[in-house]
Write a protein that binds this ligand. Structure first.
Ligand SMILES: *Cc1c(COP(=O)(O)O)cnc(C)c1O
Length: 421
């Protein structure tokens, strides 16, 4: 069931007409469905019924504290990649023992914050980082729990910018260096080895790359145990794809993914950790926008909307596909039109879609960009001095602003002209 759908001739988010949100908050704005977040989390978590598993939601996909609090209530942990995200997770009520810390460039200050909080595990990506973490932990008279993120050299991910598990990517410890890395870690007094970690990419639309990565890591876990290391946890990362409404292959169902994981890890005797982001958040949010102008070009029509690449970067960054629909349901005798849909920013890259057929739209019409709940608001910026888009959370027939739109004065407050004299 879709929680963004037409009722009585107009699109609703759950039981709230999007038109009402646009009137109250203005456009562009993000709108999220609590019910969708909850359903996605449950579908994902339920597919690992019967095995020991921590679902550590990848905060970078959508880091709003209201989203995190919604997931925290269902028992979610968090995968964070900065001290800022760690603070968000803690404020939202996610207990530190369910927080894992990923990323290739953790600073010493971030390591200190995470050790102070008492997080579950650091996913370490280089020996240089390991040594720094050891020093920080020793300076605090403690031990840092560590898993190495290993790079299994498998191809996965829907776009070169979201493929992370190939040896040419910057991520993880090279496969051939993994055993030596664990040996070095075992000798450091500030480090406690707890697991193995891998994350092979994002928007993965088949099970085969997961199967390859899990099998390789299974072999590694066996070898590491033979060498005397204690491996309690195996973190398989995120990356499960979602349907974006285009005609590409449908991604695997979470239940199929869960069954695969159960089958491949049955004999491993590990606690599994998952870091889903997009799968939880992607289809739980839309970007609501208004048509500013319809412009007739020489060989095409442009729909100029008030949302832009600073609000939703995915089309510009990854050539991503997003469905677009009018908030008003098309009339029975609607006219079909073909548009390039663009934003107001002074960049040709500020194009959401090209040559897309859809029912004709007019100036002032509200439109919805679907599947914008993950890597939407989280990647937004104030380029062109466009204030950050507000975020709105819907629950049943209620809605709440969970991030306000700053004023231009708010933006300018942080800047100053030096008084050189
Ligand atoms: C981005 C990221 C994730 C989440 O990926 P999704 O494709 O959104 O599920 C998980 N783990 C790590 C380390 C990441 O960088």
């Amino acid at each position: 069931m879709r929680h963004f759908d037409y009722k009585n001739g107009e699109m609703y988010a759950e039981d709230v007409p999007l038109r009402k949100i646009a009137e109250a908050v203005g456009t562009p704005c993000y709108v999220y469905s609590t019910a969708t977040f909850e359903r996605h989390y449950r579908v994902f978590a339920d597919s690992f019924d019967g095995i020991e598993a921590l679902v550590a939601y990848s905060v970078k996909a959508n880091s709003n504290i209201a989203v995190l609090a919604t997931l925290a209530k269902l028992g979610a942990g968090a995968d964070v990649v900065s001290a800022g995200e760690l603070a968000r997770a803690l404020i939202a009520g996610i207990p530190a023992h369910k927080i894992v810390f990923s990323g290739v460039g953790k600073t010493k200050a971030e390591m200190r914050d995470a050790l102070e909080a008492g997080i579950r595990v650091f996913n370490v990506e280089s020996l240089a980082e390991l040594r720094a973490l050891n020093a920080v932990a020793l300076s605090m008279n403690t031990q840092a729990p560590v898993a190495f993120r290993v790079n299994p050299d498998v191809t996965a991910g829907g776009h070169e910018k979201i493929s992370t598990g190939k040896k040419e990517n910057k991520f993880g410890i090279a496969w051939s260096h993994a055993e030596a890395a664990y040996a070095e870690a075992a000798a450091l007094p500030g480090i406690k080895i707890v697991g193995v970690d891998v994350h092979i990419g994002s928007q993965i639309d088949q099970l085969a790359p997961f199967e390859a990565a899990i099998a390789k890591c299974g072999d590694l876990i066996k070898t590491l145990r033979q060498q005397g290391h204690t491996i309690q946890s195996f973190d398989i990362g995120g990356g499960l794809g979602i349907p974006y409404g285009d005609n590409t292959k449908a991604p695997p169902l979470p239940s199929a993914y869960g069954a695969l994981v159960k089958r491949l890890t049955a004999d491993m005797n590990v606690e599994m950790i998952f870091e889903p982001g997009r799968m939880i958040a992607g289809n739980a949010g839309i970007l609501l926008s208004e048509v500013l102008y319809v412009k007739q070009g020489e060989d095409r029509n442009f729909l100029i909307i008030d949302a832009a690449m600073n609000d939703l970067l995915r089309p510009a960054l990854y050539d991503a596909y997003h469905d677009l629909e009018g908030v008003k349901a098309p009339a029975r005798d609607f006219k079909q039109e073909t548009y390039d849909v663009v934003g107001p920013i002074c960049e040709s890259g500020d194009t959401f879609m090209k040559g897309r057929e859809m029912p004709a739209l007019e100036e002032g019409d509200l439109v919805v960009l679907h599947s914008a709940g993950a890597y939407g608001a989280a990647q937004s910026s104030q380029y062109n001095t466009r204030p950050l888009v507000p975020e709105v959370m819907v629950r049943g027939d209620k809605f709440a602003i969970i991030r306000e739109r700053p004023t231009v004065a708010d933006i300018l407050k942080t800047e100053s002209i030096p008084d050189w004299d």
